[in-house]
Design a protein around this ligand. Structure first.
Ligand SMILES: Cc1cc2nc3c(=O)[nH]c(=O)nc-3n(C[C@H](O)[C@H](O)[C@H](O)COP(=O)(O)OP(=O)(O)OC[C@H]3O[C@@H](n4cnc5c(N)ncnc54)[C@H](O)[C@@H]3O)c2cc1C
Length: 463
């Protein structure tokens, strides 16, 4: 398969979401982009920043805060023969005729393409539960969902959010801030169980409960109940006789990739549309990216890996050989104002992990790091999270941290000072011919397993 076709013709992109928008913006900046690009988007609005729907629901930003930057509106960064871009809003693509290189749309329109990109994203995963079709039951995925939720909150009343992950908690806090009594139902025994350990999850629960959210963990919803007007009025849980009142139910229990377009066209699919490391599907004239694609065993739900996919695909569509796409870890942040948490890597310590932790319940501070063979593999930070991106970079770079382990809990400045000091000592010893090993190989044993240390203690031990 030629991965680097030069496409001076018609590129059609299905989906006008975050991946599609970023792809078009990238293509505008590259030489050799297709001369004509058509974007088909089912949503009626212009592309917007989906991530900001949570702060929008919480009333922290207005519609202008959802806008995505467009280089088309300003000066292009470099001068190229910019592609002619046409965006069709409120239009659903229904089928792909691969042999005829045509895309069929719900309004009967047929659009010819030379190359097609599928960027159809995901929809809210709907668990098998009676009552999903009742009025007042829905997901939290797009602007329409957010506007529906906001308009329903005007009546006040009770809301139930099914799902205590990132999205569920952001939705719950948004509804609470708009004046609803909100209950969060979490299947696991702790909130954000994919990102947080027990301590951080407990701190988060306490904070949210103190704001007025009602949280039920180990919850197993069995039925959504409606009244005789077909409007939701409650939820039943396994093992409980009472019914939890609900005028509004938000399902935030995961996502289902929108793969039907590719599946019906005979593209290779598993959980999502399969792509190779250059985002090509099993048809060389069709690519896929974002939440609708699957690379090896991974599917996607955060923008970081999608931005890297966009870089790879944009270059490929301009005929430029570039680095192939590779999965990397992503870090998690929660967008609830007044709560700072940052996490990456495994949540639970495995037997091979060395655990470093610092916990100050009074100040609401918690840091827990997981190391293996001298390298950082995971972190959970609650409270002061400023060192999060730096720790994430240390993990990404697989920096060897023996000898500076405890200063990691104190932050970048202390750790870098120690790393520099150790490097200098190593160079001096090397110049005296005393030492021929690597600079980091001076500390092999750890005595800090599961140490709950205060800043001073950690600093002393590090020194
Ligand atoms: C409320 C919320 C908060 C989030 N917060 C974060 C966060 O803090 N950090 C983070 O990294 N990620 C976050 N995400 C996830 C992030 O928004 C997604 O990973 C990202 O939007 C995926 O981009 P995409 O283009 O693949 O899909 P989408 O942005 O969903 O775009 C897909 C588009 O395709 C359209 N479409 C689907 N089928 C068709 C069709 N047949 N014809 C035409 N159009 C079609 C859809 O209507 C949609 O507009 C959040 C998501 C939500 C919903």
């Amino acid at each position: 398969m030629n991965h680097f076709p030069v496409l001076h013709q018609h590129l059609v992109i299905v989906g006008n979401g975050m991946a599609a928008h970023r792809l078009v913006e990238s293509l505008r900046k590259l030489p050799g982009a297709p001369s004509r690009i058509t974007v088909i988007g089912e949503e009626h609005s212009a592309a917007y920043n989906r991530i900001m729907l949570s702060p929008w629901l919480a009333g922290e930003i207005d519609h202008a805060g959802l806008l995505l930057p467009s280089s088309a509106a300003g000066q292009p960064e470099e001068v190229h023969a910019a592609p002619h871009v046409e965006t069709r809003q409120g239009l659903r693509a229904t089928t792909i005729d691969r042999a005829g290189h045509q895309l069929h749309c719900a309004n009967g329109e047929v659009i010819d393409y030379n190359h097609l990109v599928i960027a159809t994203g995901s929809r809210s995963f709907m668990p098998e539960l009676a009552g999903l079709k009742l009025k007042g039951v829905g997901g939290f995925r797009d602007l329409q969902d957010a506007e529906n939720l906001a308009s329903n909150t005007r009546k006040g009343g009770a809301a139930v959010v099914i799902g205590g992950g990132l999205l569920g908690l952001e939705a719950a806090e948004g509804l609470r801030k708009r004046g609803m009594q909100v209950t969060v139902l979490q299947r696991s025994d702790r909130l954000m169980n994919r990102q947080l350990d027990t301590t951080a999850a407990r701190m988060l629960t306490r904070e949210l409960e103190s704001r007025g959210l009602y949280i039920i963990t180990a919850a197993d919803p069995t039925e959504i109940i409606g009244n005789d007007q077909g409007q939701v009025c409650g939820i039943r849980l396994a093992g409980r006789t009472d019914v939890i009142a609900a005028d509004q139910v938000v399902i935030a229990a995961g996502i289902t990739p929108n793969i039907e377009l590719g599946l019906d066209a005979g593209l290779d699919c598993q959980h999502a549309i399969l792509v190779d490391e250059y985002l090509a599907t099993s048809d060389p004239d069709i690519s896929a990216l974002g939440e609708c694609c699957q690379f090896q065993n991974s599917t996607y739900g955060l923008v970081d890996p999608i931005w890297r996919q966009v870089d790879v695909l944009a270059k490929r569509l301009c005929g430029q050989p570039g680095e192939p796409y590779r999965d990397q870890d992503s870090a998690t942040k929660l967008k609830i104002s007044g709560i700072s948490l940052y996490a990456f890597g495994p949540t639970d310590a495995a037997p091979h992990h060395e655990v470093l932790s610092y916990h100050d319940p009074e100040q609401g501070e918690y840091r827990r790091l997981l190391l293996h063979a001298g390298r950082l593999e995971g972190a959970v930070l609650y409270g002061d999270t400023r060192m999060g991106p730096w720790l994430f970079q240390l993990a990404q770079d697989a920096t060897h941290l023996d000898g500076v382990r405890q200063s990691l809990l104190l932050g970048q400045a202390d750790t870098e000072a120690l790393l520099t000091e150790r490097l200098t000592q190593h160079q001096i010893r090397e110049s005296h011919g005393e030492f021929a090993g690597p600079a980091h190989a001076d500390s092999k044993n750890s005595d800090s397993k599961n140490s709950d240390s205060k800043n001073n203690a950690a600093a002393q031990e590090a020194a």
